[in-house]
Design a protein around this ligand. Structure first.
Ligand SMILES: *[C@@H]1O[C@H](CO)[C@@H](O)[C@H](O)[C@H]1NC(C)=O
Ligand SMILES: *[C@@H]1O[C@H](CO)[C@@H](O)[C@H](O)[C@H]1NC(C)=O
Ligand SMILES: *[C@@H]1O[C@H](CO)[C@@H](O)[C@H](O)[C@H]1NC(C)=O
Ligand SMILES: *[C@@H]1O[C@H](CO)[C@@H](O)[C@H](O)[C@H]1NC(C)=O
Ligand SMILES: *[C@@H]1O[C@H](CO)[C@@H](O)[C@H](O)[C@H]1NC(C)=O
Length: 373
């Protein structure tokens, strides 16, 4: 009798677990949490199903990439995690470790980090979630599921990305109803503008798109909107904003060709966006060493909400800032070095590394870097 009951219980439990497996299989996960791995035959799917993340082969090659694509059109890849570092001829997994290591691990090869950082003991649990906007976000969540800190997001990573909703990555596109113009911004800063809408055309869109589209402004209770009509096809078609800030139609023709928007030119709707002291190819490089005027930073930002990305942007926009790094061990807050003279690189690696500005003119791997003093 008791045995029968136990059998029944066991059957019931088995049925439950089968149902659980069935449901788990039917509804793919959208999240990796610390300790999880995504292998090359499994996927993450955003909550409403719009986007899928996984590994894919490029064409007929044996190169494997981690990507995000439209679930209903896998050819439309919106983001690639290892664009310049394909995994060749071997399998790979995506792993998220509790210490923040978030990387692609090729079998028998070197890890390709998505979130470059130093291993840290995090206070909260790490989750990497694929959102319905197409953004893949690595964040610290407390036990209530409240975001404590966003550590990394795919929207911030430059890649050849198309933009449903017109906002992704470093670039955004908006309609400015007051100025009656389209604005492309790069990290919030004006990068290109279309010129004022005159009649149903914009001055700085390509000649081809002047022939292809007309534009009208419509008002409703939500405010003013810009509507564009595809003259030939009728109705509306989709536009994309590429990771370089070019505006394209689905068939690949340019609406705004922003190639010449180098930060200094103002031709064709381009805006000045570079601080006068920076050149487009200047970059920060992680280097161990010290400035001749001493190791002390020139100033600090002690706000623990600041991430390394914030530090980089602040240093970039502050003429004379030659280096930055984080302030606290958990990589929050910032330290900055301003006009501290020559930087001497220490190859022994004993001195903690800083992110040092390397002007384009001296980007040829020298041991001793001369930074403008
Ligand atoms: C990949 O992961 C899924 C789900 O975690 C698992 O069912 C499957 O067996 C794994 N495939 C390989 C080849 O490891
Ligand atoms: C993390 O915590 C462990 C155990 O408390 C400690 O041994 C380790 O040094 C810590 N690591 C870092 C990077 O703080
Ligand atoms: C989580 O929620 C509970 C109940 O609402 C609250 O008491 C607790 O402080 C919250 N914890 C955190 C880490 O926010
Ligand atoms: C942060 O900086 C402000 C202003 O410099 C200072 O008043 C404050 O004490 C600092 N807070 C901490 C925690 O160091
Ligand atoms: C990071 O470290 C600082 C200083 O120790 C602390 O005030 C802050 O709460 C920490 N932030 C997180 C998210 O752990």
């Amino acid at each position: 009798m008791a045995t029968n009951e136990n059998h029944l219980k066991l059957m019931f439990l088995l049925m439950l677990s089968c149902m659980w497996i069935f449901f788990a299989a039917a509804r793919p996960r959208d999240t990796l949490k610390s300790g999880d791995t995504l292998n090359s035959s499994s996927h993450l799917v955003s909550a409403k199903g719009a986007f899928t993340l996984g590994f894919f082969h490029s064409g007929s090659t044996n190169n494997i990439y981690l990507g995000i694509w439209f679930t209903n059109d896998p050819k439309k890849i919106v983001w690639v995690g290892n664009r310049n570092k394909p995994v060749v001829n071997t399998a790979a997994v995506l792993t998220l470790e509790a210490n923040g290591n978030f990387e692609i691990l090729p079998q028998g090869g070197d890890a390709i980090p998505l979130y470059p950082h130093q291993a840290t003991n995090y206070t909260y649990t790490l989750f990497a979630t694929l959102l319905d906007s197409g953004n893949f976000v690595l964040q610290e969540l407390d036990s209530n599921g409240t975001t404590q800190r966003v550590l990394w997001q795919s929207f911030d990573e430059p890649t050849d990305t198309l933009l449903p909703g017109m906002k992704l990555g470093q670039f955004s596109l908006e309609w400015d109803p007051k100025g009656r113009q389209l604005i492309i911004r790069r990290q919030g800063v004006e990068f290109w503008t279309s010129g004022v809408l005159k009649g149903d055309k914009f001055e700085f869109i390509s000649d081809e798109s002047k022939r292809m589209y007309n534009f009208i402004v419509v008002s409703n209770e939500d405010g003013e909107h810009l509507v564009y009509n595809d003259i030939n096809q009728g109705g509306q078609s989709a536009w994309f904003l590429s990771f370089e800030g070019k505006l394209l139609s689905f068939d690949g023709s340019y609406i705004a060709e922003t190639e010449n928007c180098n930060g200094h030119s103002t031709d064709g709707g381009c805006k000045r966006w570079l601080p006068s002291c920076r050149s487009r190819d200047d970059m920060f490089d992680k280097r161990s060493g010290y400035f001749i005027q001493g190791p002390e930073p020139s100033f600090l930002h002690n706000n623990t909400k600041l991430t390394m990305d914030d530090c980089r942007v602040t240093c970039w926009n502050h003429c004379g800032c030659d280096a930055y790094t984080f302030l606290y061990d958990n990589q929050t807050g910032c330290k900055f070095w301003v006009k501290k003279g020559e930087f001497f690189q220490d190859l022994s690696g004993i001195i903690p590394a800083l992110y040092v500005l390397i002007p384009k003119s001296s980007q040829n791997g020298m041991f001793l870097q001369l930074i403008n003093s």
